[in-house]
Design a protein around this ligand. Structure first.
Ligand code: MP5
Length: 201
């Protein structure tokens, strides 16, 4: 399938995403509080831009089926942003901070990718969500109930999120893979790694 071809072409980077110390330390509860805070602030900006991206991608979606899948993703962002804002308030964090250049680059790339049309845009969406699902699902069953970040891990490794990512793969699979799609998927994989490197360093 097209989704498998995209993943296979990035197998090396994908392994690094799953094994990233940010993921393993979040799961183990050994992530320094300041590292999680940094991620929370950066990712809040990313998710807010992501909401605009989903909205704009919906405008170029080719079918009712695709629009329905994307509407589900948009709806899930409301409780997700509420989770970010609750956690930031609890931790006394100011979310209104200038994002890092890597975050600005990734967020801006999301929006730019829509101009390349549906095949590239849905590839980017699939890559963004698949990276988070695969990373957090890989530690879901070994994360202790006492870990302070369990709610975040659950958000991206739940059966509902798994079904959404499978629906996105189904939409990608309706398109024949192109070099532009492979390029976009590789960009997402590199941005994901750079984002975690940035907050983890
Ligand atoms: C996601 C995210 C998952 N929150 N942050 C990054 C850097 N990549 C992917 O996207 P969403 O919208 O939270 O499901």
């Amino acid at each position: 399938t097209t989704s498998n071809a995209l993943l296979t072409a990035q197998a090396g980077l994908w392994r690094q995403i799953l094994a990233h110390p940010f993921v393993t330390k979040t799961s183990a509860g050994t992530l320094p509080a300041a590292t999680f805070d940094r991620w929370l602030i950066e990712d809040h900006y990313f998710v807010r831009t992501f909401r605009v991206f989903l909205d704009e991608l919906t405008q170029v979606a080719p079918s009712d089926e695709a629009r329905a899948v994307l509407a589900g993703g948009l709806a899930a962002l409301e409780p997700e942003l509420a989770l970010f804002e609750r956690e930031a308030a609890t931790r006394g964090l100011n979310l209104d901070v200038e994002p890092s250049p890597i975050n600005l680059g990734y967020s801006s790339y999301l929006l730019a990718s829509v101009r390349d049309g549906w095949p590239v845009g849905i590839t980017v969406l699939y890559g963004v969500e698949k990276a988070y699902y695969d990373a957090w699902a890989s530690v879901r069953d070994t994360t202790g109930a006492e870990t302070p970040y369990a709610g975040f891990i659950a958000n991206w490794s739940s059966p509902d999120f798994a079904a959404y990512v499978a629906d996105l793969a189904g939409l990608v699979d309706q398109v024949e893979p192109t070099p532009a799609m492979h390029q976009a998927f590789g960009r997402v994989a590199r941005f994901e790694l750079a984002f975690w490197d940035l907050v983890h360093e």
